[in-house]
Ligand binder design. Structure first.
Ligand code: PLP
Length: 399
């Protein structure tokens, strides 16, 4: 279904189920700009070392944006592969007809899961010889080779073959006849920290360790094995981190995790979070607002009640710390954010009415509110902010 609104075409086809013919913009919603994703991918690719490819990381429903839309536009922008966290996320993308190579970044260790992975043409991440043996058996039973990526741990201490045993493990794995190693990778633990350029930082030590391990293994460089290492921040650290492919999440969505590299990086946020004003009231001086009366008015105050709350994924600890935008002006959110609603001080406005749309994340004129601002205010990271949005918020594609 395509619905024309004032100045844009909105495509509601892909979005989380909405009952009957209810307008997805009736209460609160997320607008996803696919073209922004496409342009971000294109721009990021232009910064990569020659012949280096980009894997778009679309796990957690495309960082809350809608994995289907993100995948389609990331591929348009030139992403060669997609990265998901779970088997189910990969299966869903295949059901949408996406046939790009997909790597499952999480661990699969049972025969049943690895068989499904094989049948859906998804590549698992291998962190142990025993997982690799299962893949080899599956390949053999299907008179085929199971395509997979090997992971080595270089300092994250999460998934991956142990670095001390990596050379030995690799030589064993190489002899398996029914697998096809499509990639060898590792993951950075601290690339977005301020010391990441320092040669003694964990990030640079991880890179050296990875390079040393690669030097010691014997693999055919023409055999389509992609070496990959960098996430968004790692990619921005420079070509030493690029290898054959980078795995980029946060930056394809329009955010720069590496404050030190700001020059001419024109990423465009793809997500706009909006909510409607459901009610307006005026309170006198000295009146408490919301649970616990954490805010008490110091003047006669006009309040807008917005239809969005922590059950939509707005962290409650942002209460009283954020602003919302209407018509290029900022208005402070006041009192505790409740499950389904929050209050905003609109005393200084004369153009906000019941039914007006307020912008919580995104840009309007020279006003911008980013998940990075929210993350700083709630002492978390932008990744968590983006992944917190619930399915109750319809995702609406706006290009
Ligand atoms: C293994 C792996 N690679 C790449 C990424 C992408 O990271 P970023 O969003 O920082 O680009 C992630 C995300 O957490 C990941 O787990």
């Amino acid at each position: 279904m395509r619905i024309s609104s004032k100045n844009k075409d909105i495509n509601f086809d892909n979005y989380h189920v909405i009952e009957g013919d209810l307008d997805p913009t009736q209460r609160a919603w997320i607008e996803v700009n696919g073209i922004a994703i496409e342009k971000n991918v294109r721009q990021l690719r232009s910064r990569l070392k020659k012949n280096c490819q980009l894997m778009a990381v679309v796990k957690a429903d495309g960082y809350g944006h809608d994995a289907r839309v993100v995948s389609e536009y990331a591929i348009k922008g030139g992403a060669s592969q997609l990265g998901v966290a779970t088997l189910n996320e990969g299966i869903k993308l295949r059901s949408f007809g996406i046939n790009a190579p997909i790597l499952v970044l999480g661990n699969l260790y049972t025969k049943k899961d690895l068989l499904i992975c094989f049948k859906k043409n998804l590549m698992p991440t291998i962190s142990s010889i025993s997982e690799c043996l299962i893949c080899n058996d599956i390949g053999k039973n299907h008179s085929s080779k199971f395509a997979l990526h090997l992971k080595v741990d270089t300092g994250m201490s999460r998934l991956g073959l142990e670095p001390d045993k990596f050379i030995k493990s690799f030589n064993k794995i190489k002899a398996f006849e029914n697998i096809c190693i499509k990639g060898i990778y590792s993951h950075l633990a601290s690339a977005d920290e301020s010391n990441a350029f320092d040669p003694k930082s964990n990030t640079q030590l991880q890179r050296k360790k990875f390079q040393e391990l690669l030097k010691q293994i014997n693999f055919d460089k023409n055999n389509q094995i992609k070496i990959h290492f960098a996430n968004s921040a790692g990619m921005l650290l420079g070509e030493d981190f690029h290898f054959d492919m980078v795995r980029v999440g946060l930056s394809i969505y329009g955010y720069n995790p590496l404050a030190q590299v700001e020059d001419n990086l024109f990423l465009k946020p793809a997500l706009y979070l909006k909510a409607k004003v459901a009610f307006i009231r005026t309170i006198e001086t000295g009146v408490g607002v919301s649970y616990g009366s954490k805010f008490v008015s110091i003047r006669k105050t006009k309040l807008a009640v917005l239809s969005i709350g922590y059950a939509d994924g707005i962290l409650r600890n942002l209460s009283g710390k954020i602003n919302v935008i209407h018509n290029k002006k900022l208005y402070p959110q006041i009192g505790s954010i409740t499950m389904d609603q929050m209050m905003v001080d609109i005393t200084d406005s004369n153009d906000i009415k019941i039914g007006s749309t307020m912008l919580l994340l995104g840009s309007d004129g020279d006003k911008t509110i980013s998940p990075i601002d929210w993350a700083n205010k709630s002492k978390t990271i932008p990744w968590e902010i983006l992944c917190s949005f619930k399915n109750r918020l319809p995702r609406v594609q706006v290009n």
